[in-house]
Design a protein around this ligand. Structure first.
Ligand SMILES: C[S@@+](CC[C@H](N)C(=O)[O-])C[C@H]1O[C@@H](n2cnc3c(N)ncnc32)[C@H](O)[C@@H]1O
Length: 280
């Protein structure tokens, strides 16, 4: 029996990792925020807001009379977001609340935009979650989902063969635990179809190849190392000890095969943004 994937205890859910993740992709995230074409006065829900990093970016777009509400089920993130927003020049229009997206404490048709980043892959019933999001979105308002898709992932100079073995092992691990739908590593490719099934209109899906090239800051290295650890943990039951050791060595600064300081390093992964409109 494959070991149960303990995603919860991994580095990738630490605050420091979330912050480093955000700043590693800040240019790309700004591009996403710009593409949403928010207007001053818009009311935005940042659902599964984590440390609230997107909320701050939205606040800049909708100020001075708009509003941004960040909701997360985990009090740890909301505590951090509230603290951090004290420094934010638009703090007056940002509010954070602990809450579950299955039970949103808002009136029907409250928001111009409901934004969900990195949260949908964790939901056991995405269809019901989208219905809840539709309820709180204004008629003619939009829902946007930004998720990664673990099917595309390059780390050069790891050999494509070794990398393919890792990708296969990860896919095997997720396949083996499909019924226990705690995390969908391949959500990005599904969001367009899910929005269609939900009856959203004017659906636009954009795929982003997010790349990181040297020189890498310590924050970017931390982000990449956390991701490599996530892959190693998941794939472990399906790789030999040697294969696993080789993979981990590439991200271990004390190893001869460490790659994050190499000039030819190249890292690329796929993120998918899907935006749909709630029918008038
Ligand atoms: C990977 S983090 C993404 C955080 C942030 N949106 C970002 O992109 O930086 C996923 C977030 O979804 C939150 N989450 C998971 N299930 C949730 C639920 N049912 N209701 C509200 N938030 C949830 C988690 O607590 C976590 O903060």
């Amino acid at each position: 029996m494959p070991e149960k994937i303990g995603i919860k205890e991994l580095e990738v859910l630490n605050i420091k990792w979330q912050l480093d993740h955000h700043f590693a992709k800040i240019q790309h995230r700004q591009e996403i925020v710009d593409s949403l074409n928010l207007q001053p006065g818009d009311v935005v829900l940042d659902l599964g807001c984590g440390p609230g990093l997107w909320s701050s970016m939205f606040a800049e777009k909708v100020q001075p009379h708009g509003r941004v509400i960040g909701v997360d089920i985990d009090a740890r993130w909301i505590d951090y977001a509230v603290q951090a927003s004290q420094e934010n020049p638009f703090k007056e229009i940002i509010e954070y609340r602990i809450g579950d997206l299955h039970n949103l404490p808002f009136e029907d048709g409250t928001f111009d935009l409901v934004f969900v980043s990195g949260c949908s892959p964790y939901l056991a019933d995405i269809h019901s979650a989208i219905e809840k999001q539709k309820r709180v979105t204004k008629k003619g308002g939009r829902i946007a989902d930004r998720s990664w898709d673990g099917g595309m992932f390059f780390v050069h100079p790891i050999s494509p063969y070794q990398e393919a073995k890792m990708m296969l092992a990860v896919a095997q691990a997720f396949e083996a635990r499909r019924s226990d739908s705690y995390f969908d590593n391949y959500f990005g490719r599904k969001s367009h179809g899910i929005f269609k099934q939900a009856g959203l209109q004017d659906i636009l899906t954009t795929s982003y190849a997010v790349q990181l090239v040297p020189p890498l800051s310590e924050e970017v290295k931390h982000y990449i190392t956390g991701n490599s650890q996530f892959y190693a943990k998941i794939a472990a039951p399906y790789l030999s000890e040697t294969e696993l050791k080789q993979w981990c060595g590439h991200f271990d600064p004390s190893s001869d095969s460490y790659i994050l300081d190499r000039e030819d390093f190249y890292y690329c992964l796929l993120e998918v943004l899907t935006v749909g409109t709630v029918e008038n």
